[in-house]
Design a protein. Structure first.
Length: 472
């Protein structure tokens, strides 16, 4: 095991890798239920759900878990990197808006819309795969300017910290300022308990880390979990309804895993009636391609930098293999019946816990597999306990921004935009795209443009097209 995963070579040990794998899983376990919720936009919770929505939810639930297992196992045994994969947040909502919601609005067949969407995901996944196998995708990643590469990890740090703050209500919506700090006075304890406990959990993780306690992030999650149940006078919900386990598998077999193989699905995808003109179809494919590609590039650079797993050029080791893992997982996800699968930014929590090898990914994938039958186990850990881990990872990843040359506006402005636009637009890809556009324009109009800037210029042009003609 040590030789296969290169555990000692990378300065780790089996215990640390297991803890890191568990940490990653608990940080991203929310996706098990959240992804099917996003695909149908919570419509299955309605007293009278739209016909077919419940079946889609069940199919996506099973598909999401299997896709996460496949994608994460690829990282474990092929790339041998401590990263995990699952269905991308944002992309799943975009899937709903693009393929499911239109059928709801016109009173159409949501299942056919869902299956037509899977065709689009499959095509984008195949494009990813071709770019990855040919090395083009890695070339694109390496062609990014250093200022953007160095700011990616810091931007991701802000992004996932923002996710953590939102997950427990530490940051709330405000109609005037868009966001605000949680209101504590004049509010019932039950309403603010997750936010307060999460802030406490964050401090606990920081203290444990300062004291050099091994597995401080995972230990902090468990301690905060105990505090949460004691402070809220609740008991974990362990209501295993085994009678309902078979139905999701049945729906998965009927409409999920078979959907992309139906001739009708391809006809609906390109026929013009269900999705729109061929231009609309192409823009959807391009949008899914761009978002997944640069979400993955951003996550890989950010987490690899945190793990000190960059080569002499500042690029992640095993970059080609990591890209291939991501693209194969997207193809597998579309075949199984779910939206785009991507490398998860929460992998950084496992890296922060010491994960350095594929053994971390193996442990995470095993945990996901268990969720197929024991989903209540994933819900035992409340968001109040996982949010502190995400916020703490944000602290760790911000340090990489210090190496950006802030005296040179050609470097400082693209880096700043990459950093700030990730949390503000809720997208890693948007941050990279806006940074690339700024870099190209500044370089061009200051007379610094050279042949090596052609690649980033193409990236910038693609993002301009995405922003003008696409969505997200």
């Amino acid at each position: 095991m040590d030789k296969f995963f290169k555990i000692s070579e990378r300065g780790s040990n089996v215990r640390t890798e297991i803890i890191a794998g568990l940490t990653t899983f608990f940080a991203m376990a929310y996706i098990v239920v959240t992804n099917p919720n996003q695909i149908v936009s919570f419509m299955h919770l309605d007293a009278n759900p739209y016909p077919g929505v419940g079946q889609i939810w069940n199919a996506v639930y099973i598909a999401s878990i299997i896709a996460a297992v496949i994608g994460t196992l690829l990282y474990a045994f092929y790339a041998k990197m401590p990263f995990a994969q699952a269905c991308g947040m944002g992309l799943n909502s975009f899937f709903f808006v693009s393929f499911v919601l239109p059928q709801v609005l016109v009173g159409g067949d949501v299942i056919k819309g869902y299956q037509a969407g899977l065709v689009i995901i499959l095509i984008s996944g195949l494009i990813f795969l071709i770019l990855s196998v040919t090395g083009a995708r890695a070339y694109i990643a390496k062609a990014m300017p250093d200022c953007i590469k160095k700011s990616i990890s810091a931007g991701i740090g802000l992004f996932i910290a923002f996710i953590g703050f939102q997950n427990v209500g530490i940051i709330e919506p405000n109609q005037y300022t868009l966001v605000q700090f949680v209101k504590l006075n004049g509010v019932a304890w039950a309403d603010v308990a997750p936010a307060v406990i999460a802030l406490l959990g964050f401090i606990i993780i920081a203290i444990l880390t300062k004291l050099n306690v091994k597995g401080s992030v995972l230990l902090g999650i468990f301690i905060t979990t105990v505090i949460y149940y004691l402070a809220t006078w609740q008991l974990p919900d362990l209501n295993f309804d085994f009678a309902s386990i078979a139905q999701p598998f049945k729906d998965f077999a009927e409409i999920g895993v078979t959907g992309v193989f139906k001739a009708e699905s391809w006809k609906n995808a390109f026929g013009g009636e269900m999705i729109g003109s061929i231009f609309s179809v192409i823009m959807l494919i391009v949008t899914f391609c761009l978002v997944d590609m640069f979400d993955t590039i951003g996550t890989l650079y950010g987490t690899a930098a945190e793990a000190d797993m960059l080569d002499e050029n500042g690029d992640p080791i095993e970059l080609d293999k990591s890209m291939t893992c991501d693209s194969v997982a997207t193809v597998a996800g579309s075949v199984l019946g779910t939206s785009t699968v991507t490398t998860f930014v929460e992998s950084a929590s496992g890296v922060a816990a010491g994960g350095r090898t594929g053994l971390t990914s193996l442990v995470t994938s095993i945990c996901f597999a268990i969720c197929l039958f024991l989903s209540p186990l994933a819900s035992i850990i409340p968001s109040a306990a996982t949010a502190p881990a995400l916020i703490f990872v944000g602290v760790l990843m911000l340090k990489n921004f210090a190496s950006v040359d802030m005296k040179d506006m050609r470097s400082a402005v693209p880096a700043f935009l990459t950093l700030i636009m990730m949390p503000l637009t809720y997208s890693i890809a948007n941050g990279i795209g806006i940074g690339a556009i700024a870099y190209t324009l500044i370089t061009l109009f200051t007379g610094k443009y050279t042949k090596k800037d052609i690649a980033v210029t193409i990236i910038a042009i693609l993002f301009v097209c995405k922003f003008v003609f696409g969505t997200m």
